[in-house]
Design a protein. Structure first.
Length: 138
């Protein structure tokens, strides 16, 4: 690779959006990962700010579960790019859930710290430069 950062084209159709956020196979580079995770976090933050009380209780499962699944898929792709199995995303998501939106107690603070450190690791460290068992380098 010549040092050029490649980013797959932004989704243009509904099928592209589904593949962009709901496919756990393959690899995603740093820029794509940060973009996808950023979009998911903004959607979650806006939803949490708008839907309060009973509305959140009634509609939360319609929003939270697809966002959770999308985050699992994006994490899996990024972990694949780093040469790791996608299942390592499970403890990362658990830590995020314990820390969101405000960490409570020592466990929540530890989860927030772990999420921050792992987020930096995934966002800053390059993927494996060559083909690995999850596909070609991006």
């Amino acid at each position: 690779m010549s040092g050029v950062i490649e980013l797959k084209a932004a989704p243009r159709s509904r099928a592209d959006v589904m593949a962009w956020f709901f496919d756990s196979s393959g690899r995603v580079g740093r820029i794509g990962f940060l973009l996808k995770i950023g979009i998911l976090i903004v959607i979650l933050a806006v939803y949490d700010a708008v839907a309060r009380g009973h509305i959140h209780t009634l509609t939360g499962w319609l929003v939270d579960w697809p966002l959770f699944f999308s985050a699992a898929c994006v994490l899996s792709q990024r972990l694949h790019d780093r040469g790791r199995a996608g299942w390592w995303g499970a403890p990362i998501l658990l830590a995020f859930c314990l820390a969101w939106p405000h960490p409570h107690g020592a466990l929540g603070v530890a989860a927030a710290a772990a999420t921050g450190v792992i987020g930096l690791w995934l966002g800053l460290m390059p993927g494996t430069p060559r083909f690995n068992r999850y596909g070609a380098a991006r």
